[in-house]
Design a binder for this molecule. Structure first.
Ligand code: NI
Length: 225
């Protein structure tokens, strides 16, 4: 699964985030990296305990709750507390796979089914810095407008290209989904979109009710809570 979710944050919210993050206490990004990815990672990150990080990660979660597209695609059971990173000129993050299990500061384990990056810098502010994701269907190079999010399978090998000009600010996090399997979750998302389209074009059609039933019966079969 790979999905572009536009306008998770609007321009005013992005400006507010950036103002707060400009004065925050950035540290070496390797604090959240596993052994293998620590060798690949070269960026700055806000510690989870930082008051600015706490405030803004809650704001990201609130924004996600207002995004029906994010919910339909991710079917989140748990959103790992969003983190923030900053890539300056020369920084990058070489090819790696995200750890399968992460622990919240409370100790709660989270299985990382999906990864997400919420862009906070506009594409024209920096060169390089593309999120490059390898999938069975090819390699995707992603650089989105500020406020937009990309959701992708955490099983993928991915990297952030080195920055050659400017700075790239983002929030990143993982999602444990109610539906662990990427293929099953993608089928549910496709079905959900088809039902929405059917409802728009043929409102009140009995087939839509039956398909909603199929959706929920599949979700009942495949979800874990
Ligand atoms: Ni990663």
């Amino acid at each position: 699964m790979m999905l572009h979710v536009p306008k998770v944050l609007d321009a005013t919210q992005v400006a507010g985030f950036r103002k707060r993050l400009a004065a925050a206490g950035w540290t070496d990004g390797r604090i959240t990296a596993g052994f293998q990815s620590a060798l690949a990672k070269n960026n700055l990150q806000l510690p989870q305990s930082d008051p600015v990080a706490r405030e803004l990660s809650a704001a990201v979660c609130t924004a996600l709750e207002r995004s029906p597209l994010f919910f339909a695609a991710a079917l989140p059971r748990h959103v790992y507390t969003p983190l923030f990173n900053l890539y300056k000129e020369g920084n990058g993050f070489a090819d790696h796979v995200d750890n399968a299990i992460r622990h919240e500061q409370t100790g709660q384990p989270v299985r990382t089914d999906l990864s997400a990056t919420l862009f906070l810098s506009a594409p024209e502010e920096y060169d390089g810095g593309e999120l490059v994701i390898g999938t069975a269907s090819g390699t995707h190079r992603i650089k989105l407008p500020a406020g937009d999010l990309v959701l992708y399978s955490a099983t993928t090998v991915h990297r952030v290209e080195a920055i050659t000009r400017g700075e790239r600010l983002a929030s990143f996090f993982w999602i444990q989904s109610m539906v662990r399997d990427d293929g099953e979750r993608s089928l549910l998302f496709d079905l959900d979109l088809a039902i929405q389209q059917l409802n728009q074009e043929h409102a009140g059609h009995l087939s839509a009710v039956k398909l909603v039933g199929v959706y929920h019966n599949l979700l009942r079969r495949w979800s874990e809570l």
